[in-house]
Design a protein around this ligand. Sequence first.
Ligand SMILES: [Zn+2]
Ligand SMILES: [Zn+2]
Length: 426
Amino acid sequence: MKKKGLILLVIIIGLLVGCSGGKDTTKETFNIEVKDNVKSVNDEIFISTGDHNEINMTLVTSNNKAILIDTGFKEKEALKIKNIIKEKNLKLDKIIISHFDDEQLNNLGMFKQENTDILMPQNIKNEQIVELGDKKLKLLLTNGHNSNGHISVDINNNILVAGDILTNNKKSYTAVTYNEYGFLLESLKYLQKTNYELIIPSHGDIIKDKEFISKKITEIENRLSKYDIKADKFWSEIDDDIIVSSGNEYTVKKATMVLAISGKEVTMIDTGITENMGKEMKKFIEENGLKLKNLIITHDHYDHTNNLDMFNKEGVNLYTYDNSNDGDVIKCKDKEFKIIFTPGHAKNRHLSVLIDEKIFVAGDILASNIDPVRLVDTDEAGKTVINTLEKLNEKQYDIVIPGHGDVCLGNSVFNKNIEILKREFK
Ligand SMILES: [Zn+2]
Ligand SMILES: [Zn+2]
């Protein structure tokens, strides 16, 4: 039985090799082997994959020299690379850190020696060349994943170590906020100019699909074109009928308040942190001849209720956790606001609002600019909020407005928050 299977496998491989060999003889062929969660490409590039969302770290070698790209999340994946360096007696004189996150930095101490050169977004130039024997590594500054810089590495114009601007794992994320998606699109269009044979993402399996980048570009363009969004630092407008204002950076970072316009009537969600935010929104309502009809409060924390008295006047319907039920629907002309109880913050007395089944106003169970761990006060609450987010993440949203930070596109802010919270609370 075993022998038969082996013969069949040999025939299949033979056919595959025969086919691809006949098609294109100019391209380099890659021999990829997998052993104990380490993939090797032509026995020269080694990718060790950890169990945390299939995080990858990559060792590029040439003869007896090596360059490491990222250092892994857990010790386990890094030790495997350490062993390869030892077994092959390699000299590691450079480490490239694609960007600053625990997943890339955790094991830096294991590899860094006194004379090791550390290359990071802050100390390289775009398209800087790093020579490694027969290999030329081109460092590319690729924005779109975070705000403090990101490097992708081009190896000999045919392999791309992409970092976190491309992913092949469903639980990880690339861009989160609307503005990051804009940068990501630019980066991908830039990378598309080179025909990469292999892409090593920072999460998940090696990508051999040559259309992968083009497909991502189309996907992002479709998402971006669905709404007309103007996203400024503290004031965003979505299709001219959803307004998001956020406070300054210094107090409680960028607490959001939302105004949804239905004809001449408006529904407000939270009232902002600074008096200025409140005044600015009040002015907007007056100048546009609008009338505040409904006021929904996600939770009773001052950074979301500070201007309550400015707006909670006669004739305004006030909805809070105390007088609402999970699943309640508030109608305002053409718009529907569904109240969803979202435990995990403010001693579980917290609600979120889903507008027309597409735009999710989260309140403080999500943040796009601060560590979400800061929004959780106990281990118990941490686990509760993870559970809340995982449930919500089963549904697809076009836009997510977090309690703190910039407007987000799609669900990736859920992935980001869940991932960060799980590092702390599991
Ligand atoms: Zn809060
Ligand atoms: Zn808050």
